[in-house]
Design a protein around this ligand. Structure first.
Ligand code: GLN
Length: 295
């Protein structure tokens, strides 16, 4: 373990000791405390080979979660593959913000997740909303398979469906509208991707990161599409990147949605925007009418 930690440190891994402990213990079939009582445990050849392979991968800056093929999100375990973004603790901000905004968590809400990846947003929400059901859409068939597998592992398969669709293709639900629409779209400006940590730039699927020249390309497509299928009392929650709040709120307003709240992640960065459908009454006030008549 000490040798793994040394090799990780030499490769520039941020927390070499933690990662060495995690990998070795998990690959030996236990939790992170596995070796505490047995520091001198001798490895058999198979174990040693499995660990060596993992150490080489981590030293090449592949994230621990991808090597293990599992990542914890919202205290639930998610399976990953190369087509799914590695769920980040930052994205739990969105789950928290949606739950806080809901008046009744027992309501039979209908949820839509645009670009569902591993399914982490939709499935974390469904785990907290016992009567809700939802659809996740993604353009990656491989990601959809993983999301379905995650739904089964979490015993949410009866309330979660995953479909191959683009942002703006066929989002209309059975009765046309969704109560909650969430998305963690790609939002990194193309030119910035190469400068991200090697764990991100080298291993997250480019399609899950690349938000076009200014990082906003996905929002430009998905926001009008979401606005068109949001229930009158519905809620939209979007993850955003650093410094994107103003611009994305502008797109929300342009689509007739009212920005309601910005939620910050644990580092204090604005990470999630909530918006609701603008109610027709809100536009009928004297002020609005006056402005309208002035053109
Ligand atoms: N949160 C990821 C990052 O900053 C980006 C994910 C995304 O583009 N949605 O690395």
């Amino acid at each position: 373990m000490a040798e793994a930690s040394r090799r990780f440190a030499a490769a520039g891994v941020e927390e070499p000791r933690r990662d060495a402990r995690l990998l070795v213990c998990r690959l030996l079939g236990g939790g992170p405390e596995l070796l505490l009582g047995h520091p001198d445990r001798v490895l058999d050849a198979t174990e040693a080979a499995r660990i060596e392979t993992a150490v080489v991968r981590r030293a090449a800056r592949e994230p621990v979660s991808r090597i293990l093929g599992q990542r914890e999100f919202w205290s639930l375990s998610f399976t990953l593959n190369s087509e799914t973004l590695d769920p980040r603790p930052d994205s739990e901000t969105l789950v928290e913000a949606v739950l806080a905004a809901l008046a009744d968590r027992k309501a039979p809400l209908r949820l839509l997740d645009l670009g569902s990846g591993s399914g982490c947003l939709l499935l974390a929400l469904l785990s907290e909303l016992p009567q809700a059901s939802g659809v996740g859409i993604d353009i990656s068939a491989a990601a959809l398979l993983i999301a379905e597998e995650n739904a089964r592992q979490l015993n949410l398969q009866d309330r979660a469906v995953f479909r191959e669709r683009s942002w703006d293709g066929g989002l209309v639900g059975d009765d046309g509208f969704w109560d909650v629409i969430v998305s963690n779209p790609p939002y990194i400006a193309t030119a910035e991707i190469a400068g991200l940590a090697p764990e991100v730039a080298g291993y997250d699927p480019p399609a899950a990161l690349d938000g076009g020249p200014d990082g906003l390309a996905a929002y430009r497509r998905l926001i009008p599409a979401a606005a068109a299928v949001l229930a009158p009392e519905g809620l939209v929650a979007l993850e955003i990147g650093h410094g994107q709040a103003e611009a994305v709120e502008g797109l929300l307003k342009a689509a007739g949605l009212l920005p309601q709240r910005r939620a910050a992640d644990l580092s204090g960065n604005e990470r999630c925007l909530l918006a609701a459908k603008s109610l027709p009454e809100a536009r009928i006030g004297p002020d609005f009418a006056a402005k309208e008549s002035r053109g």
